[in-house]
Design a protein around this ligand. Structure first.
Ligand SMILES: [Zn+2]
Length: 475
């Protein structure tokens, strides 16, 4: 969101010529993100292109050409960083694009959190590639931008972030089978479910390395973030609740989008502005984040501001003077590095912040609104935020978390409780004169060192955990 940035820059320049120093949490992640290296990322994309094709139906065993060699290489690169690595695989038959049983494997690395190892953020890109015919597994399919760029972001994020320690866990994954039907995304989302991971966000990067379209339109200042509005996972039951209580723009994925926009704005030296696109993906198109959403996990897609359709899914050829094909020479590596910096900053931030709370709101036929949420054990304070229903960003804020709002629960026994018998009671903030009908409410949690989580909206389906149908009231 550029407008606010320009306004605040003008404000600062009237009083002080130099940019003000960043607050400590922003400064910390900015320092980490600064290590992203465009030249290294170019070398990664060159290596990926050197596998000839990375088509999902290409050779699994050839040491130099095909998807098998590429996935093994990506895993080995992450292992070299000292990370715990594995391949998550499944044998897939999925018509029309995987007609016979085919092993589909993702290269995955895990950086376990020091305090909250089950709270997980996941960066993904897809390592498989294709040409014009989606079934052609033999022609050269460089897939430099789609999605060598996203895979390079995964590997560069792993390189930069593996030197640090975080309270939460970060997962790095190069996914396969995307072009044949989002297979790698589904395999990893299923794996996350089986592990019982509390997925705070999947940041999926797919086509993030070019800045000009075939019509000559260029934009190297912005990255698009795609997010679903009403979460798909709850189906008609959730839709009915949202119709009654609101929340059309308040899925956790939409709040991840708001978080990324705000983070890019607060750290100008990342050099990238977020263009929030409030839809799940490009018109009629898809990506691996959709499989995370289907599993109930918050997920967004990063993609370039301006796509070049001559350079995606194309046979390498020259037709009437127009060059077709997804080759390295069409990419913009300084731009790719800036998009990757935003990913790195966001991963570092999300792995440092506590998970968002799960708020609910009350206040029908009342002039006041009450927001309630169970305490998050790793949060020091909370921020209650609210905005008009048609505002894109949170507008009002109240910091809470003192003993009045977040008390220890009463001990129910007769004698004095021991300290281990005290538990954290629910928090409650009463907003006087604020009518629940006219606003959307949300709550974020803040760590002791100032990292604020994304906001979870107090709407049906607003919690970051997978939506579950509420139990029927007892009859
Ligand atoms: Zn792609």
């Amino acid at each position: 969101m550029k407008k606010l940035l320009v306004a605040s820059a003008a404000l600062f320049s009237a009083t002080a010529p130099a940019a003000p120093p960043l607050p400590p949490p922003e400064a910390k992640v900015a320092d980490i993100a600064r290590n992203v290296d465009a030249a290294r990322m170019k070398a990664t994309v060159e290596k990926l292109v050197s596998f000839g094709t990375r088509h999902t139906l290409s050779s699994q065993t050839d040491p130099k050409r095909g998807i098998g060699a590429a996935v093994r290489w990506a895993e080995a690169e992450m292992k070299k960083l000292g990370l715990e690595t594995l391949q998550t695989c499944d044998t897939v038959t999925k018509l029309p694009r995987i007609p016979t049983p085919t092993k589909v494997c993702n290269a995955v690395a895990i950086q376990r959190g020091t305090e909250r190892p089950d709270d997980v953020v996941i960066i993904t890109g897809h390592i498989d590639s294709r040409v014009s015919d989606p079934m052609n597994a033999t022609a050269d399919a460089p897939g430099a931008n789609d999605d060598g760029s996203g895979t390079a972001a995964v590997l560069e994020a792993a390189r930069v972030l593996s030197k640090q320690k975080f309270p939460g866990t970060i997962i790095y994954a190069a996914l396969s089978g995307e072009e044949q039907g989002l297979n790698g995304g589904k395999i990893l989302a299923d794996y996350a479910k089986a592990q019982g991971w509390n997925v705070i966000a999947n940041l999926n990067n797919d086509i993030i390395g070019n800045s000009c379209g075939s019509d000559g339109v260029c934009n190297d200042k912005q990255v698009r973030i795609f997010s679903e509005g009403l979460r798909w996972q709850g189906g008609d039951e959730l839709r009915a609740q949202v119709r009654s209580q609101g929340g059309e723009n308040d899925s956790p994925s939409r709040n991840i989008s708001r978080f990324l926009d705000s983070l890019a704005e607060r750290i100008p030296d990342l050099g990238i502005d977020v263009m929030q696109i409030w839809r799940n993906d490009r018109f009629g198109r898809g990506g691996d984040h959709t499989e995370f959403l289907n599993a109930g996990f918050p997920a967004v897609r990063f993609s370039v501001a301006v796509e070049n359709y001559n350079q995606q899914h194309q046979d390498l050829r020259n037709e009437n003077g127009v060059e077709y094909g997804d080759t390295i020479d069409k990419m913009d590596f300084p731009y790719l590095a800036r998009v990757t910096k935003l990913n790195v900053a966001a991963l570092a931030w999300l792995a440092s912040a506590p998970p968002p709370p799960e708020p609910t709101v009350e206040g029908a036929v009342s002039t006041d609104t009450t927001v309630k949420w169970p305490q998050v054990t790793t949060a020091k304070t909370y921020v209650v935020r609210w905005r008009r229903t048609d505002a894109n960003h949170w507008q009002e804020a109240k910091v809470t978390g003192g003993p009045d709002e977040c008390p220890l629960a009463q001990h129910s026994g007769g004698s004095m409780p021991t300290s281990s018998e005290w538990s954290l009671g629910p928090c409650q903030a009463v907003l006087k004169g604020i009518r629940v009908d006219d606003w959307v409410f949300g709550v974020s949690s803040v760590s002791k060192d100032g990292f604020e989580s994304p906001v979870a909206s107090a709407v049906p389906g607003g919690a970051f955990k997978p939506w579950v149908k509420p139990a029927e009231p007892a009859k």
